[in-house]
Unconditional design. Sequence first.
Lengths: 257, 252
Amino acid sequence: MKPIALLGRTVLGMLAAIGRIALFAGRAIGHLVRPPFYGREFLSALLNIGWLSLPVVGLTAVFTGGALALQIYAGGSRFNAEAVVPQIVAVGMVRELGPVLVGLMIAARVTSSIAAEIATMKVTEQIDALVTLSTHPMKYLTVPRVLAATLVVPLLVGVGDIIGIFGGYAVATGTLGFNPAAYIRNTVNFLEPLDVISSLTKGAVFGFAAATMGCFHGMNSGRGAMGVGRATKSAVEGAAVLILAANFVLTGVFFSL
Amino acid sequence: MTQSMIRMENIHKSFGTNHVLRGLDLEIARGSSMVIIGGSGTGKSIALKCILGLVQQDSGTITVDGKDASSGDRDAFLARFGMLFQGAALFDSLPVWQNVAFRLLRGSLKRPKEEARQIAIDKLRRVGLRADVADRFPAELSGGMQKRVGLARAIAAEPEIIFFDEPTTGLDPIMSGVINDLIREIVVEMGATAMTITHDMTSVRAIADNISMLHDGVIQWTGPVADMDHSGNAYLDQFIQGRAEGPIEAVR
């Protein structure tokens, strides 16, 4: 009986957590359309999430694109299909690897930072101080970060897609003997608008998920250094799982169209 | 008859099986300085947070200036309060002057940036800090300076009611004396109603007009600070004298 009870408690706990996160996300969206708006905090979040994430996104994408080209070339050569490297790198980066890797990098870099910052604010009573200063923590802390991530992560995904394709191009033309002009032509001709739309849509959803998880776990942090550590860990885990699950659902939705 | 500014009636608050407040009654007269004393974990901070709405009481009523604290315009309600937190609770990402002028840079009390900065510098001077502190960040300040900045922030918008949560905790005796004197001067000068939570008896004697002793979730004794030493209340006597023997269990 005990294992069944344990399983039941675990499932109920997970459902309750999903419910709390959904309610939190709903409240964040509700505050998004009601003043006051904190423009300075939004711009600061935009800079931190977007501009300052560019190096890690660029490096991740360029190495992944290069490795992808090598793998496709090696795999394709088993059945004389080496020529498909440009097309598969393009579709692989744009449809799948670009958004997912950027999403996971954002979860690692931004979700952790948001969760740790807000959790520290909570344990040092800075959130209570905000309330006593007539400032709603949801509007001041959550809304600017969630909005900025939702708007800027698609741009990061777009940049990641381009840099990833460039990584594949550099490896293919530099070491595998591909013609540069033909590589670019094949890439451009093969990609369809839906590929790009799905990539950017995934970016927006992943950005929303990453920032929401960071804010949720930060706001609900326990006490002390351990509370901050747990909140940060849970935020990154939750964001990563949510991003991968959303990727599966969105891929199913877009490519069953 | 002195008019009451804050009245708490039969306040109960529990966290799971931990019954922190068990029918607390408290009244603070307008323009007076009330100090709540009691051991750690007796619910002093919870009582204060219930007034501000940071914690919702399970039952009981709180009125501020005769009006129910849980109804009406929340921003207008909070605009009447200033609060100095135990750890100062300064915003790390903002320079000192923006911490002090936080309320004056946004919301209903918003002022032009230069005016807000000037007010912040004036308030910093009032708490004994030089103008050059204004552009530093909280992490660059000592604990005592952070408390002073927190005090400047609490008084920046000239509130009618000021709360001080353990204002001298973690400070050396000299800095504690400075903070106590500042609190007393500012409260008198502004004519504000003050509520202070502390277990530092030096602070009590420096700040209080009246004191209330909180233990077991209720007020065990309340009265003027002058009557404190001959109250005849066993809880208060044990607390003031710092004895392990008495009705308050040393191990809680």
